[in-house]
Design a protein around this ligand. Structure first.
Ligand code: WQD
Length: 359
């Protein structure tokens, strides 16, 4: 009998790998498709993230995990997956995500994130798979004045700060239009705020190639001695300590949000539903540094710099819709995010890349 599975694109990536663990632990069978463009791979082409997931979960869960190397934009591969398995829903967590690179190479982002998503959606449609959970981002929101915070799903979107953010909004619009054209489609667009931390085991976590763009991997690499100091981008923002404020969410909480979304999908009231995945609490750069110092016992050297172009002062959400629709709310604290990230960084000073080429 054909096995019923959840298909996840980008399942070897940071968020994707944690989603895979939670899905397996929730009893789902999971097919991962990943072209490993941003994930490390071994000689046998099985990415370390997948091998480590196999170690985290138990033997029966391990048997329910399948890996296929390839692009979700490759129609032949997608056809073969949809023919081999009965896919009950797709979690689309694949795609490029470097904000800076997207400004330098916008076409790369529009092709990889938008054009290939069209192939994915068309393949799903042709195989009559019409349930999708999309990894969207809080960057789809237009900048709002501080009095309009927290951000709700009704807050204005658009006027994106970079092509990466535009691709997320394009894909949301494509998916929304598809639900309008065909009432069988069910789409949940999970707008992640700032996913950080790592799995409690220390086995999987964020593994950026090159110099990290994001705050927490950079702090972790300073703590472990790979970088000299953290550049704090802006100390004159209208925030309590002058540094940027964000809504950090433990990646395992984010992953659990996908399991909750999967359960809620069949009973959705409308075809397309954006949902914020955030804690509702803003934390500043310096507060994150202090939390990491507490977790690691290492002093993080900081150097105050100018603001980073495109950054906003403050961003956090109102997570009530996620609770109403999914029964989901964040459970893990900022201290747990830092403790788990520190464990991962300590156990894997060179990340998941086998040869440590991510230096
Ligand atoms: C957080 C805060 C920085 C680095 C981006 C994407 C978003 C997303 C998460 C993508 C800001 C400050 C950072 C550093 C610093 N998801 N900072 N020194 O910009 O909120 O969101 O990443 O996949 O889509 O836009 O996250 O971690 O880059 O920055 O001072 O070296 O830390 O200025 O205030 P951001 P971030």
């Amino acid at each position: 009998m054909t096995e019923t599975c959840v298909l996840i694109t980008g399942g070897a990536g940071f968020v994707g790998s944690h989603v895979v663990v939670e899905l397996l632990e929730a009893g789902e069978s999971v097919v991962v498709i990943d072209n490993l463009s941003n994930a490390a791979s071994d000689k046998d082409n099985l990415p370390p993230a997948i091998k480590r997931i196999q170690n985290i979960v138990n033997a029966s869960q391990r048997k329910r995990l399948y890996f296929r190397k390839g692009s979700y934009g490759d129609r032949n591969i997608m056809d073969s997956i949809f023919n081999e398995f009965k896919i009950k829903a797709v979690i689309h967590a694949g795609g490029f995500k470097a904000v800076g690179e997207s400004k330098e190479l916008p076409m790369k982002y529009y092709k990889n994130n938008v054009k290939e998503a069209l192939t994915l959606v068309k393949a799903m449609n042709d195989h009559d798979v019409k349930n999708i959970i999309f990894s969207s981002s809080a960057t789809v929101y237009a900048e709002v004045p501080p009095e309009k915070l927290p951000l709700t799903e009704e807050s204005p979107v658009g006027n994106c700060s970079c092509p990466y953010a535009s691709t997320k909004l394009f894909i949301e619009n494509i998916l929304r239009d598809v639900t309008v054209s065909d009432g069988q489609w069910k789409v949940m667009s999970l707008r992640y705020f700032n996913p950080v931390g790592a799995h409690h085991s220390g086995m999987i976590g964020e593994d950026p190639k090159g110099i990290p763009n994001n705050l927490m991997p950079f702090i972790a690499q300073v703590a472990v001695g790979r970088r000299k100091a953290l550049n704090v981008f802006g100390s004159d923002y209208p925030t309590p300590d002058g540094t940027g404020v964000r809504d950090y969410v433990h990646v395992v909480d984010i992953a659990k949000g996908h399991v909750a979304a999967l359960k809620a999908l069949p009973n959705m009231k409308q075809g397309f539903q954006p949902i914020n995945l955030g804690s509702g609490v803003g934390t500043s750069v310096l507060e994150m540094v202090q939390a990491f110092e507490r977790a690691s016992g290492v002093v993080i050297k900081t150097v105050m710099q100018d603001r980073r172009p495109g950054d906003v002062a403050s961003m956090y959400c109102q997570p009530t819709l996620a609770f109403e629709e999914l029964g989901w709310k964040t459970e893990k604290t900022v201290d747990e995010m830092c403790e788990d990230l520190w464990r991962f960084q300590n156990q894997n000073p060179n990340g998941l890349h086998p040869s440590g080429e991510s230096n």
